[in-house]
Design a protein around this ligand. Sequence first.
Ligand code: HEC
Ligand code: HEC
Length: 383
Amino acid sequence: MNWSRSKSTHRRIVPSLPVAGQLVPRPLVAGLLSAGLLSAGLLATGCGVQPAESESVVAEASGPDPLQYPRWETVGPGENLDYNQRLSLVQRGHEVYSKYCIGCHGEYGDGHGPASQRLLTRPRDFTSGIYKFRSTDAGSLPLEEDLDRTIKRGLARVSMPAFRLMPEGERLAVIEYIKSFYADWEEEKGRRRIVPVPHPPEDLMQPARVDRGRMVYLQMGCWKCHGVDGRGEGATQTEYIDAWGDPQAAFDFTRGSLKGGNSPQDIYRTFHTGLRSIMPSFGGETLAAVSGDGFIGAEDYLSTAEVAELTPLLAEFPAEAATIFNDMSEGERSQLAERNSWDLVAYILSLRDRSTTAEAVLGPVAAVQTGADGPNEEHRIDG
Ligand code: HEC
Ligand code: HEC
């Protein structure tokens, strides 16, 4: 189905949305909010159960029935079916949203739902059009598939639950609905650029890769935020303010699941696309730039012993950064960037505790893939 509409059509849909809200009397809205809170609590356990309470509050969350919406009659002659379908989807998405998301993400999609006040990592403000978990480049909106993945898997280490049991139709509808909070979606979506994620090499966890990966990690400056040991030790800054004005600490690579997923490809995607807010993107050929001279000055952040230990590794990299960009062909450069990327993935995986590393490398183990990483309610700002 193709829902892409011209901007003017899209704009007409958005103002119609509050009407859906008016269908629900005020006291019920309060009820919905607490139901939202309740489902938040229930779902935060990661089990994806559908809260029974909300059944009595929300009339019908499945199957859009045009007769339920008086506003439908105002869809004038000449409006094509596609428009109706889209409107139907957004209306239905509104119901799904009111049931499961509103408690955190808020009635207006700005992340200020009643439950958000108790959360250290704020629910996403969908009106900003800024998204962390994308398969697109740093400046782009996410793909619908990305939203779908996040909703299905949930996000580890934060309160965003995994809606594993939500039927596909409801997911599609709620995705259309949250997109509608950002007025420029239709206009900007054409500029999305997908960041390709290749298959990992078979020898991914070879010790030689892990060792080189440490060199890549240091020269790319990952240590400045994540620490020289991957746990924050020696980081030049430990707390950042994210794009929405909230504090956000860098990830401790030794513990917890990754929000963007734990598989080698997930990790590759995460640092290639960046998380937009603070965690930068290391796209294109950036990762080729690891060299002998790039290690000059490492004494500033490493012990002399470690500098001595790592120096022999430089034989595996070009001696001068300048040669990478002046003398290498584009193909050679991207090969090098590719090797460095996977080495970096190997190094990051090597920092994780044993069980998670095994799971990450050996493939999908349900609990890890879905972000059910123990209690999702946060105790610390590590979002
Ligand atoms: C218990 C609170 C809670 C509930 C309920 C909740 N979310 Fe979230 N959600 C969050 C938090 C917190 C984040 C931000 C995580 C971060 O920034 O790392 C988030 C992030 C997201 C993102 C990721 C956006 C990005 O940057 O890529 C999407 C998509 C999302 N939520 C959709 C939904 C949908 C759809 C629902 C309802 C079906 C829902 N959420 C219900 C708390 C919640
Ligand atoms: C400017 C600071 C900064 C730099 C530099 C940085 N990061 Fe991050 N990184 C962060 C922050 C902050 C987070 C946590 C973001 C969040 O949880 O929303 C993070 C999170 C991550 C995550 C976990 C994401 C997830 O799915 O939970 C990975 C993997 C990661 N960084 C890899 C890297 C790598 C590899 C480098 C170097 C190539 C790097 N980072 C450089 C700030 C930084």
